[in-house]
Design a protein. Structure first.
Length: 75
């Protein structure tokens, strides 16, 4: 969602967005790929940068976690 709904429409590459967020490009890429959780710190940075709320990002993370666990439980 972060990549397709926010960064791409703004014409931003991950490296540029990471620099503006003050985080490593690796950290942002791992978030985009779902390999790293959105922490409160990351949620705050994203909210300031993208004019959203930190709660928006934390809720997306919670939804992702629940979906992932539901898939694991169903296996």
């Amino acid at each position: 969602m972060l990549l397709h709904e926010f960064l791409e429409p703004l014409g931003l590459r991950q490296a540029e967005a990471a620099q503006r967020l003050g985080i490593s490009a690796n950290r942002l890429n791992e978030v985009v790929l779902g390999e790293r959780r959105v922490t409160a710190d990351t949620a705050m940075r994203l909210s300031r940068f993208l004019k959203t709320s930190p709660r928006f990002w934390m809720r997306l993370q919670a939804d992702w976690d629940l979906q992932r666990e539901a898939r694991r439980a169903a296996s």
